[in-house]
Write a protein that binds this ligand. Structure first.
Ligand code: F6R
Length: 262
């Protein structure tokens, strides 16, 4: 794992966008794992810009999103399918037929989860998995005590996560879904590469616990310490509770892999 500290949220998102770009240019038929949430909005905005101004070509790519609320159909403005279509897929030249999200209104949720895993496997696995982190330490919707080897399944959301997401539902907690389908921690760990983006002071404590603390199912993001190729990108605000920052800064400034990202 490496931790890269950028001066601000915009620079952190730009760095993540460069990593996605590198992946897509090296492998035009890459399979991308995608996240939603407020942190990702600027990333998708910048990817749309890259497509419009530099012709970054997504026509050969496939995507799998981490999660979807149970009970929200694709046309619901709060569904993650709606978010992805509006913020990214309609803005780039990806074939919508190659974009996958779990179906939150599937009749048989368990079967839906199984098919999702099979589809990922059929496409050869996820080349690049983009992640955010919730204040409970979740990645996807893997709330505390998610098994470190869990696969795509239904998961109950914590009251904290529901409260955090309530602003998108006009702050009406009653209508915030209680369950979601999410890729498992094990599914995420199977990706070839993963990049977690966290920005803002509110994420500082959980980022430090997940990266410099012990691996524990209480903080799903700590499982990323087991991933062979994982990068955590943070801004200065989200880095404030990290201990070993001098070393992380030295690595980013000196290691050959990062020279093209300076
Ligand atoms: C959503 C997802 C979540 C979010 C996390 C952070 O697809 O995977 O894990 O990344 O809840 O959300 P924001 O960015 O809104 O703080």
């Amino acid at each position: 794992m490496e931790i890269i500290i950028q001066p601000n949220a915009d620079a952190a998102a730009s760095l993540v966008v460069k990593m996605v770009e590198q992946t897509v240019r090296q492998k035009p038929n890459a399979t991308l794992g995608l996240a939603t949430g407020r942190t990702m909005e600027v990333v998708y905005d910048k990817l749309a810009d890259k497509h419009a101004s530099e012709g970054l070509d997504f026509s050969g790519c496939s995507t799998f999103n981490l999660d979807e609320y149970i009970g929200l159909p694709a046309e619901d403005v709060n569904s993650y399918r709606y978010y992805m279509n509006e913020l990214l897929f309609k803005q780039i030249n990806i074939d919508l037929g190659n974009t996958y999200l779990p179906n939150g209104v599937a009749e048989d949720i368990d079967a839906e989860c199984e098919v999702y895993e099979q589809r990922i496997a059929e496409l050869g696995g996820i080349d690049f998995q983009l992640l955010g982190i919730g204040s409970t330490g979740h990645i996807g919707f893997n709330e505390p005590l998610s098994a470190l080897r869990s696969r795509t399944r239904a998961k109950a959301l914590t009251p904290e996560t529901r409260e955090q997401n309530a602003p998108m539902f006009d702050n009406d907690l009653n209508v915030v879904p209680k369950r979601a389908i999410t890729m498992g921690v094990g599914t995420i760990l199977d990706s070839y590469r993963c990049v977690l983006l966290a920005t803002g002071k509110a994420k500082a404590s959980i980022v430090a616990q997940a990266t410099e603390g012990p691996v524990t199912s209480m903080i799903s993001a700590s499982a990323l310490q087991l991933h062979p190729r994982c990068t955590i990108v943070v801004d200065e605000d989200a880095a404030t509770e990290l201990i070993n920052t001098e070393y992380y800064r030295w690595i980013f400034a000196n290691e050959p892999e990062w020279q093209e990202f300076q």
